[in-house]
Design a protein around this ligand. Structure first.
Ligand code: ZN
Ligand code: ZN
Length: 228
């Protein structure tokens, strides 16, 4: 009888430990440190300074790395920033999206603090829109800093961005544009107008002739001017 009770208690203990062990494992998995000191230092080095914009990039990159599981080598991303801003340098280091590889696209002419990410293998996508500084939460925070020293305000802003709940800072939504095609043939075709070589997949065609984008735009604006 005594043995049975002991066995039951031991069994219960094992079950409880197993579950708490699993819970701990899950917690560790969820809290995997993406912004390690090495990664942060690398991004700071690339960018040349620390600033609120770089912090925006860190928060976005950290969220995306978790959500898109970029620690797995098959999960390659294409990033499209709708503005050239400091945070793009954090994407390059944390998410391995770089201008040179063609998977870090910057559409500066859009002028929006919105960051799109697409996972190449399955098309999973997201657009993270920075909530404007004019939001009540941000204003309240800035008033609380109560300092005229721009340096102190800058540091306080960085601290706020790094610690605020993600939803206070960003709107999570669907991208407005499809995943860009970044495939390249690495073969050039000469433009019929300027003679310069153009990547095969990017050359245009006009009146049956191959033409580069700048020449095409020049011809179009000349036509528009002459028809005025
Ligand atoms: Zn900066
Ligand atoms: Zn041309």
């Amino acid at each position: 009888m005594k043995t049975t009770t002991t066995t039951k208690i031991w069994g219960l203990f094992l079950i409880v430990s197993l579950f708490s062990g699993l819970a701990l494992l899950n917690a560790a998995e969820n809290e995997k440190n993406i912004l390690t000191p090495e990664i942060v230092a690398k991004a700071k080095e690339l960018h040349g300074h620390t600033c609120p914009g770089l912090c925006i990039g860190f928060r976005v990159a950290e969220w995306v790395a978790r959500e898109f599981e970029t620690d797995k080598p098959e999960n390659k991303l294409i990033a499209v920033s709708e503005i050239a801003m400091c945070g793009v340098d954090a994407f390059q280091i944390v998410l391995d999206c770089t201008a040179g590889k063609g998977n870090m696209i910057t559409k500066n002419s859009y002028g929006k603090h919105a960051f799109n990410f697409y996972r190449s293998r399955d098309g999973k996508k997201v657009r993270l829109l920075w909530k404007m500084k004019e939001t009540p939460e941000f204003q309240k925070k800035m008033q609380a800093i109560n300092s005229d020293d721009p340096k102190a305000r800058n540091i306080a802003m960085q601290e706020y961005i790094m610690s605020a709940p993600f939803d206070d800072l960003f709107v999570v939504m669907e991208p407005l544009e499809e995943m860009p095609d970044i495939k390249r043939t690495k073969k050039d075709i000469p433009c019929s107008s300027c003679g310069e070589g153009v990547e095969t997949l990017l050359i245009k065609e006009k009146d049956g002739k191959k033409i580069c984008v700048p020449c095409l735009l020049k011809q179009q604006s000349a036509q528009n001017n002459s028809s005025l």
